[in-house]
Design a protein around this ligand. Structure first.
Ligand SMILES: [Zn+2]
Length: 359
């Protein structure tokens, strides 16, 4: 009798052991087939799902946390593609891959702090921070991809132009106040100095983006948008960026720089029209802030008064009741007041006495 339970325990252990070996074997097989037939691991990170489409015969794939998100970003990519495609002569030859990464994962791999997305220049991959994806950032990164393929291989495009163009094409707003500040602080760089700034790694990397957009806007305002697109086409076979700039605009780099500096002096000095507009915006913003502060104080008072727990209708009803009580109080006070006044004034017939007749 005693041996039986021991034997059955041993049997159970043996069966469980064999089962475990089978499970491990099956898992190994599954992993092996997955790794043999799946796409390269780098194409779709773990747990992400993809959606793709063709735009002008070009394949655009979005990889995101879930299918609706991938579809949503794909629509942004289609709209961005339509905008960017018509200003470049060359389209990226490969499939364009857009990864929409969870914020924490994106923050871990971003090339510089505080970015919302980045693209592999001359490549075909875009990485976006999921929490801050919008049309602007998608169009911005697509512009980088297209520019990388338009430019003759080996030709160096300065970061200020790469960033300025991407911001211009995606419709970014120029940070006017910062430009006014940089101008008054003497931080604005000449085209030549700016050409040496690395937009990702230099201490003053911000200036490449900030001043870059301002210069592209200056070029468009002074020479027209078509000329900017001509410059892009010239980058396909120019010997250098400076040569393409000179032959497109008909000015030496020195002259063009002088024109830019004069324009910047005009546009971003402390008393320029754009500066005045910025001050007005600031004042309006300040007023809005004061309004918000008053609202916050009032709200805090309400919370301390215990009204916060009431629903809106209840608060309205309570206020109406409070007003009614006050009104009643006021009217009874007024009645008492009136009585006293009547007592002071005396009987009404007195007022009917003819004028001039004194008491
Ligand atoms: Zn950029």
């Amino acid at each position: 009798m005693r041996a039986d339970p021991e034997k059955s325990t041993l049997d159970t252990t043996r069966i469980a052991g064999i089962g475990a070996v089978f499970v491990v074997f099956a898992l190994l097989l599954a992993f092996l087939s997955l790794s043999l037939f799946a796409q390269p691991a780098s194409a779709v990170p773990n747990g992400l799902i993809s959606a793709d489409t063709r735009v002008d015969g070009q394949e655009v794939t979005v990889v995101a946390e879930d299918a609706p998100r991938a579809e949503e970003v794909l629509r942004l990519a289609e709209d961005g593609w339509a905008r960017v495609d018509r200003i470049f002569e060359t389209s990226p030859p490969e499939q364009v891959l857009i990864f929409v990464l969870p914020d924490s994962e994106y923050d871990r791999i971003q090339p510089a702090p505080m970015t919302r997305g980045f693209a592999t220049y001359g490549g075909y991959r875009i990485y976006l921070k999921s929490g801050s994806v919008d049309q602007e950032v998608v169009t911005h990164e697509l512009t980088h991809i297209f520019l990388g393929h338009e430019v003759r291989s080996g030709l160096e495009v300065p970061d200020w132009f790469n960033e300025g163009l991407a911001q211009y094409v995606s419709g970014a707003r120029a940070p006017t106040l910062q430009l006014i500040y940089e101008m008054s602080a003497g931080n604005m760089l000449s085209l030549e100095e700016l050409g040496k700034v690395d937009a990702l790694h230099d201490g003053n990397r911000q200036i490449a983006s900030v001043e870059g957009l301002a210069i592209v806007q200056f070029l468009v305002q002074d020479f027209g948008e078509d000329r900017l697109w001509q410059l892009l086409a010239r980058l396909g076979d120019a010997s250098s960026f400076e040569d393409a700039l000179t032959s497109t605009y008909g000015y030496s780099n020195l002259e063009l720089n002088q024109r830019w500096m004069a324009y910047a002096d005009d546009a971003y000095s402390l008393f320029s029209p754009s500066a005045l507009r910025a001050y007005v915006t600031l004042v309006i913003g300040g007023l809005a802030l004061i309004g918000a502060a008053i609202w916050l104080i009032r709200r805090t008072q309400l919370i301390y008064a215990g009204e916060e727990r009431l629903r809106d209708e209840e608060v309205v009803a309570a206020r109406a009741a409070e007003n009614h009580i006050r009104m009643v109080e006021r009217s009874s006070a007024a009645a008492v007041d009136a009585e006293q006044r009547q007592l002071n004034v005396g009987p009404p017939e007195r007022r009917e006495l003819p004028p001039g007749e004194q008491e």
